[in-house]
Design a protein around this ligand. Sequence first.
Ligand SMILES: [Zn+2]
Ligand SMILES: [Zn+2]
Length: 270
Amino acid sequence: MMENFVCVQCGTQFSETPEPPSSCPICEDERQFVRHEGQEWTTLKRLAANHHNRLEEEAPRLQGIGTEPEFAIGQRALLLQSPEGNLLWDCISLLDNETIAEVKARGGLRGVAISHPHYYTTMVEWAKRFDTQIFLHAADREWVMRKSPRIQFWEGTTLSLWDSLTLINCGGHFEGGTVLHWPAGANGKGALLTGDIIQVVQDRRYVSFMRSYPNLIPLGPAAIRRILERIESISFEQIYGAWWQANVLSNAKAAVNRSAQRYLRAIKDM
Ligand SMILES: [Zn+2]
Ligand SMILES: [Zn+2]
């Protein structure tokens, strides 16, 4: 029997195979890691047997969707409700009937956009169930483990969607690392949805930037400056990061700038 196996460590679903893949390239990459117990696999069906998703509003028109108990990397996705169609920002592995019903009750999905490969998860399942497309930056194409005609690879520095939603390629953590500008967010002052391309840290007045978070590999000055340049002309008051309540709720652009300056001071001998 053919299965779309899911890596237990990173939550990525692979193309159909009769046996589990021999390894997970995303976990073997220096930015992630293989479980101490060794590579393990599950399936969406097995995952759904003992996990469920929690939906909770992170802001008006912005629903967090996260899995309990925590699975794989543990991020929550964001359902952004917009007049011309909803966007799923980032993704999680578990998609069950309850989640499908909850998302449909809020208007379904017009598209899925993902910050970087650690959150690709079961994106193809989501796109199929909501009959929609997935926007990924082409620079991370090699990390797609389940190919699909629903994936649209985009190139360059920005991609305009609908309602002035814009994907911005910042690089950094991954070459294709992308953030989403939501101009209507923060009561019209603008918000950025950043995954961990711009990571909201424990002190929520600051953010940080890393090549690898679990393995603590920093970025160099050129990468930090590129992130700043790419968001320089964008107005935003808030940032919604990759985890529940990992958000900067005011003066977020100043927070990014002062965090980048602090980071550049800390690595100045590199
Ligand atoms: Zn993996
Ligand atoms: Zn990541």
